[in-house]
Structure formats: C-alpha cells, structure tokens
Design a protein around this ligand. Structure first.
Ligand SMILES: [Zn+2]
Length: 160
C-alpha cells in the first residue's frame, strides 16, 4: 500500500435563518451558513481532503452545487459517498484532521460529538478523526464573524 495525503479548504458566509451544522452536528443558533447543501464547512473540507488524497478531483465535481439532488443535503451523506469511493479503489482512510476558524459558536464543548459523527460517516473510530477550533483574532472578514472557514488534511492508504 502507498500512503497519500490530501488537503481541503472551505468557507461559507453566515446567513440568517439557516441551520448551523458543523461536523455533522446541529448547533443551537439563530444564524447558519449560506450554501446549497447544509453548508457544513468542516465536512466539506474533509471531503475535499479525501478526494485530494485519492486524486479524484474536488467536491464540486462530484456533488455539483447546482444539482437539486444536493439541495439541503446532509454533508455527512457526502462523506459516506466519498468513503465508498475510497473503498471501491481498495483504499483505507488512515486519519483526518480539521482546523476550523470561527468566532462563534464555541466548538470545543461539542468536539467529541463532531468527531463521532464524522467517524461514523467515514467508517472510522474516533481516534482517527480530529477537529480543532480557533478564532481569527478579530482580523478580517472571519474575525468579524462574517463566515466560517475550515482546513483539513486526510491520509489514505491505496494499493500501489
Ligand atoms: Zn462547502
């Protein structure tokens, strides 16, 4: 097996009256993130990292934003589908690690829940999934809380 790494990045703007779903977990909030699906920025970054590690293009290619099939789709479902793509190619996910930049809400209290939800979607155990949160120190658009961004890396083993 060869070990391969992938990187993913995503950002969504804050939107009033939308559900706030991060790492597959619904947060109590009067605002959410704008987007075609549930706009789960953490799941999207992880999905892109996995596709990158497999050299399978990007999220938008597999799940086009204009496609009604993904309207308000659960992004955990996208992760399940990406896991299936990895398995179909004889691959195995080693780990995923995400860093989220959010001024609000506080993510740390629900970190374990997010890791568990992502792990379930990807057929992993919790120790293979990491979600870390930081703020943008009030700098720029993210620092003003105008949106949430996430970076992720993924490691996969694929047949040589
Ligand atoms: Zn996204």
């Amino acid at each position: 097996m060869a070990t391969r790494a992938g990187i993913g990045y995503d950002i969504h703007a804050k939107a009033a009256g939308r559900p706030l779903v991060l790492g597959g977990v619904r947060f109590e909030s009067d605002w959410g993130l704008a987007g075609h699906s549930d706009a789960d920025v953490i799941a999207h970054a992880i999905g892109d990292a996995l596709l990158g590690a497999m050299s399978l293009g990007d999220l938008g290619e597999h799940f086009p934003p204009g496609d009604p099939a993904w309207q308000d789709a659960s992004s955990l479902d996208l992760l399940r589908r990406i896991h299936a793509l990895v398995l179909a190619r004889g691959g195995r996910i080693v780990n995923v690690d995400a860093s989220v930049v959010a001024e609000a809400p506080k993510l740390a209290p629900r970190r374990a829940e997010m890791c568990a939800a992502i792990a379930r979607a990807l057929g992993l155990v919790e120790g293979q999934v990491s979600v870390k949160a930081t703020t943008h120190e009030r700098l720029g658009a993210l620092g003003r809380g105008e949106g949430i961004a996430a970076w992720a890396v993924a490691m996969v083993e694929v047949p040589e």
